[in-house]
Design a protein around this ligand. Structure first.
Ligand code: CTP
Ligand code: MG
Length: 361
C-alpha cells in the first residue's frame, strides 16, 4: 500500500500486459479452423485435382495462402495453384475456360472462370450445407510458383516462434477484417500485406529482433543459381527450421501483448510512410531507390502516385509493391485504425478483454 505512484503504475501495466497476452491467445484459438474444416478442404482439393487431371494428366493442385502457411482462420478461403509438369501444356486462358466448363458439368460448385484476368483464375464457391455450415470459397490459379514459395517462407517464419508470430498475425487478420481495412479492391491492404508488415516489424524494427532474416542467413552448403532462381527472382531462404531452432534463439522475451502494443505504435507514428519501403528481405528501403516515389507532379504520373502511397516489397518479386492497391484514402483509414488501436491499448482499461472487444468492434 506504500508503493510510490510510479511503482503502482508499473505494476498495473505489467498486469494489463499479462492479461492481454492471455486474452489474445484465448481469442485467437477459438477462431482457428476445426480439424473437420481442414479435412473437408483437403477432400475438395483432391476432388478438384482428380478432375483437372482429366484435362491435363501431368498436373498437380497445391494449396497456398492461409490454408498452407499456418495463418488460417475459420472459414477462410482456399487458394489453390495448378502446376503442370509437362512441356506441352495448354495456355492458362484455355485451361481456365475448359476447367470452368468441366466443373460446371461435374460438380455442385458455382463456377466463374476469369480467363482474361491479369492472372487467369477459376473462382469456385459452394453453398452452405449441414456438414459445411459456411460453404467454401476457392480460387484456382496456374503456375504461380512464386506464391507457393512465399507461402513456404511465411510458414517458416511462423514455425520459428509459433506462439508470438501466429498470435500476432491471426489477431491482426481478424482485427483488419472487422475494422474493414482488409480489402485491396476497396483501396486497403490484403492479408498478405499485413503479414509482411508483422514480419518486417519482428525482423527489422524490434531490437533485439524476434525473428532472424531467413533470406540473408548463410546457406549450409553452396547453392547454384538454377536452384534458387524462379523467373529471374531469387527465392532462396534458409528453410531448415529444425536446425535453426537448435542454433538460433531470440534474446527478445517480450510478450505478445507488448509486441502488439509496440506494433500499433510503430505503424501509427514511426514508420516513414512518405519515403520508406518495408522490405522483409532488406529492411527499410527508400521509395526513391526503387523508383516508387509518389511525389511526382503532373497528371501523367497520377497513376503511379496513387499506386505507391504505402510500399511493401514482395519478398521475392522485389519490383512488386504488395500494397500498390492502397489508395490515399485507404492509407489514411489504415493509419487512423493503427492510431485508434494504439490509443485504446495505451488507455489500459481495467480488464484486458474489454480492450480487445473495443479494438475489434
Ligand atoms: N499473394 C501474393 N501476392 C499478393 C497477394 C497474395 O503472392 N499481392 C499470395 C501469397 O502467397 C499469399 C496468398 O496469395 O499467401 C494469399 O493471399 P491472401 O488471401 O492475401 O492471404 P491469406 O493468408 O490467404 O489470407 P485470408 O485468410 O484473408 O485469405
Ligand atoms: Mg486467402
Amino acid at each position: 500500500e506504500h508503493l510510490s505512484p510510479a511503482t503502482q503504475r508499473k505494476h498495473s501495466k505489467q498486469k494489463f500486459v499479462a492479461d492481454l497476452s492471455q486474452c489474445l491467445f484465448d481469442f485467437v484459438i477459438q477462431l482457428l479452423p476445426t480439424a473437420e474444416e481442414m479435412a473437408v478442404k483437403e477432400d475438395v482439393r483432391k476432388l478438384l485435382e482428380r478432375l483437372i487431371r482429366t484435362i491435363e494428366p501431368d498436373s498437380r493442385l497445391l494449396s497456398f495462402g492461409s490454408t498452407a502457411n499456418g495463418f488460417s482462420l475459420r472459414n477462410s478461403d482456399m487458394d489453390l495453384c495448378c502446376l503442370i509438369d509437362s512441356d506441352e501444356r495448354l495456355a492458362a486462358t484455355d485451361l481456365v475456360t475448359m476447367l470452368g466448363d468441366l466443373l460446371e458439368r461435374e460438380t455442385k460448385f458455382h463456377v466463374k472462370p476469369l480467363p482474361h484476368a491479369r492472372i487467369p483464375i477459376v473462382k469456385l464457391s459452394l453453398d452452405p450445407s449441414p456438414g459445411l455450415p459456411l460453404g467454401i470459397a476457392c480460387d484456382i490459379g496456374f503456375e504461380n510458383r512464386l506464391a507457393l514459395e512465399n507461402t513456404r517462407l511465411l510458414m517458416c517464419y511462423a514455425m520459428i516462434d509459433p506462439t508470438r508470430v501466429r498470435t500476432m498475425v491471426l489477431f491482426l487478420k481478424v482485427w483488419s477484417k472487422r475494422r474493414k481495412i482488409n480489402s485491396p479492391y476497396q483501396g486497403t491492404l490484403s492479408s498478405y500485406g499485413y503479414v509482411l508488415m508483422v514480419i518486417y516489424f519482428l525482423v527489422h524494427v524490434k531490437n533485439p529482433a524476434v525473428l532472424p532474416n531467413l533470406q540473408q542467413m548463410p546457406p549450409l552448403r553452396p547453392i547454384s543459381k538454377e536452384d534458387t532462381h524462379l523467373g529471374g527472382y531469387n527465392t532462396w531462404f534458409f528453410d531448415d527450421i529444425e536446425l535453426l531452432r537448435q542454433r538460433w534463439q531470440s534474446s527478445n522475451i517480450e510478450s505478445v501483448a507488448e509486441l502488439l502494443i509496440d506494433f500499433f505504435r510503430y505503424y501509427s507514428r514511426d514508420f516513414l510512410y512518405n519515403t520508406g519501403v518495408a522490405s522483409i528481405r532488406a529492411g527499410l528501403l527508400k521509395k526513391e531507390s526503387k523508383g516508387w516515389q509518389n511525389d511526382l507532379s503532373g497528371s501523367r504520373y497520377n497513376d503511379t502516385r496513387e499506386r505507391n502511397r504505402l510500399c511493401i516489397e514482395d519478398p521475392f518479386e522485389t519490383d512488386f509493391n504488395v500494397a500498390r492497391c492502397v489508395t490515399k484514402d485507404g492509407l489514411y483509414t489504415i493509419r487512423g485504425e493503427f492510431m485508434r488501436a494504439s490509443r485504446i491499448l495505451a488507455a489500459r482499461p481495467d480488464r484486458a478483454i474489454v480492450a480487445l472487444a473495443q479494438l475489434c468492434e
